[in-house]
Write a protein that binds this ligand. Structure first.
Ligand code: SAH
Ligand code: SF4
Length: 395
C-alpha cells in the first residue's frame, strides 16, 4: 500500500471504537479491494488472513510480520474482537459448554461435542461445535429456553465465526488446565492447531432469520484461508422458515439442512411452535422437497420427544409419511428439561419403542440420548440462567 488513504474506502472514524466493523465480518474480496493499491503486495493480505483465522489473534500487535504502520491503520478502520469466555461447564473428554460475553455485554453460548461414532460414524478425535446466531430468539417455541426472554439482536458474521475461533484458541491454551476453569487473564498467543471439524448451527437463535450474516460467516468458515471446514461438515438447523430454505437450496455451497419438526401434524406443531402458523406443514414440506431436489441430498428431521405432547405412538405414521416424502432421516431427541418449564422427557424405554416403530416403517431413525443433559446443553439454558442471576451489564 502506498499511502494510508488506500485503506479508506469508508470514511475514517475519528477514534477507535466498538462501532467499527469487525475485520472478521469483511469478506476476503472486500479486504482485497482495500489492499488493491500499487504499494501493497497481495502477500500482505494472505499474512493478515493467516493471523485472523488459523492463528485467531485478538490484538493487532500479535500480527508481528505486518509493518507497524499497517497495523495502526487497520486498527483505525476495523474492530478486532473475539468473544470473551465467562463460564465453561463440562470436562475435556465430554460435552463442554461455553458462555461468552460479546463486545456489547450480551451473552451467547456454544457447545463442543466430542465425536459420537454411533451417531456420525466419525473418528474419535473429531469435534462438533454448536454455535449461536442470535441473542435470544423471536420464534418462541414453547419448550425452548432460547426464546423465553425474546429476541435481542442478530449476531454479526464475526461473532458467529468468533465462537469457533475462541473455542479453538481456548483449547490450544488450556490443555492440561483443570476443567470448569475461568479464562486466564494473561495467555500466550494461540497456535494454529485445529479442533473443530464439524459445525452445527443449532445454538441460540433461528439461523435463517439472520440469513445474510450467517451466510457471510459460513463462507469464511468454509474457505481454505478461513476456517477450512468443509460445507458438507456444516449443518444448519431451522424451525421451518420456508422461504429461506428455498434461498439456501439456491446457494451454491453444499451445506446440510436439519428441520426442527417436533410434530408431524399441524395440530401438534401449532401447539408448540408458533412458526407453524406462518409456514404450516404443507408449505414447509414443499420447501423441503425443493431443497432435496436442488441439492440431491438427504435432510434430517429433528424430533424432540416430549412426554404427552408429541410422543404418542399414533404420531409414528404421519412422521414416517413426512420423512418418506422428504427422503429424510429422523433424529429423535428426548426432551432436555428447562428450568421454569413444565415439559418433561418420556421414559427411555418409550423413546426406544417410538424409534423402533419408526424404523419398522422403513425410516432411518437415530435416538440421540443427549450427552449434555447434565450440563443444560440445550440451547439458551446457560445464558438464561446466568442473565437471570446477574443482570446484564455492558462492558
Ligand atoms: N432455531 C433453530 C436452531 C436452534 S435450536 C431451530 O429451532 O432449529 C436447535 C435445536 O434444539 C432445535 O431442534 C430445537 O428444537 C432443539 N431444542 C430446543 N430446546 C430444547 C430442549 N429443551 N431439549 C431438546 N432440544 C431442544
Ligand atoms: Fe428459536 Fe429454535 Fe428455540 Fe424455536 S427451537 S425458540 S426457533 S432457538
Amino acid at each position: 500500500m502506498s499511502s494510508p488513504s488506500q485503506l479508506s474506502a469508508q470514511p475514517p472514524s475519528p477514534a477507535r471504537s466498538t462501532a467499527l466493523t469487525d475485520i472478521r465480518s469483511e469478506s476476503r474480496e472486500t479486504l482485497a479491494s482495500r489492499f488493491g493499491g500499487p504499494g501493497i503486495p497481495s502477500y500482505r493480505l494472505d499474512q493478515l488472513l493467516a493471523w485472523l483465522y488459523p492463528h485467531r489473534v485478538e490484538k493487532w500487535d500479535e500480527m508481528t510480520n505486518l509493518p507497524r504502520k499497517l497495523r495502526e491503520e487497520l486498527a483505525q478502520h476495523f474492530g478486532l474482537e473475539l468473544p470473551q469466555l465467562i463460564q465453561k461447564q463440562g470436562s475435556h473428554d465430554s460435552t463442554q459448554k461455553f458462555l461468552w460475553r460479546l463486545g456489547d455485554g450480551n451473552l451467547v453460548e456454544s457447545v463442543l461435542i466430542p465425536a459420537n461414532p454411533d451417531l456420525y460414524g466419525e473418528r474419535a478425535d473429531r469435534h462438533t461445535l454448536c454455535v449461536s446466531t442470535q441473542v435470544g430468539c423471536a420464534y418462541g417455541c414453547r419448550f425452548c429456553a432460547s426464546g423465553l426472554d425474546g429476541w435481542r439482536r442478530n449476531l454479526g458474521p464475526h461473532e458467529i465465526i468468533g465462537q469457533v475461533l475462541a473455542v479453538e484458541r481456548w483449547n490450544s491454551r488450556s490443555s492440561g488446565k483443570p476443567d470448569d476453569a475461568q479464562a486466564p487473564a494473561q495467555t500466550p498467543p494461540a497456535t494454529s492447531e485445529r479442533l473443530v471439524n464439524n459445525l452445527v448451527i443449532m445454538g441460540m437463535g433461528e439461523p435463517l432469520a439472520n440469513y445474510d450474516n450467517l451466510m457471510q460467516a459460513l463462507r469464511t468458515l468454509n474457505a481454505p484461508w478461513g476456517g477450512a471446514i468443509g460445507a458438507r461438515k456444516i449443518t444448519i438447523s431451522t424451525s421451518g422458515l420456508a422461504p429461506r430454505i428455498r434461498d439456501l437450496a439456491d446457494d451454491p455451497l453444499q451445506f446440510r439442512l436439519a428441520i426442527s419438526l417436533h410434530g408431524a401434524t399441524d395440530e401438534v406443531r401449532d401447539r408448540i411452535m408458533p412458526v407453524n402458523r406462518k409456514y404450516p406443514l404443507a408449505v414447509l414440506t414443499e420447501a423441503g422437497m425443493y431443497y432435496v431436489e436442488k441439492k440431491g441430498k438427504m435432510i434430517t428431521l429433528e424430533y424432540i420427544l416430549i412426554a404427552g405432547v408429541n410422543d404418542s405412538l399414533d404420531e409414528v405414521l404421519p412422521l414416517s409419511r413426512l420423512a418418506h416424502k422428504l427422503h429424510a432421516k429422523v433424529n429423535l431427541i428426548p426432551y432436555n428439561q428447562v428450568e421454569g418449564l413444565s415439559w418433561t422427557r418420556p421414559e427411555e424405554s418409550h423413546c426406544r419403542r417410538f424409534s423402533e416403530r419408526l424404523q419398522a416403517e422403513g425410516i432411518t431413525a437415530t435416538l440421540r440420548i443427549e450427552k449434555g443433559h447434565d450440563i443444560e446443553a440445550a440451547c439458551g439454558q446457560l445464558r438464561l440462567k446466568s442473565e437471570r442471576l446477574t443482570p446484564l451489564k455492558a462492558t
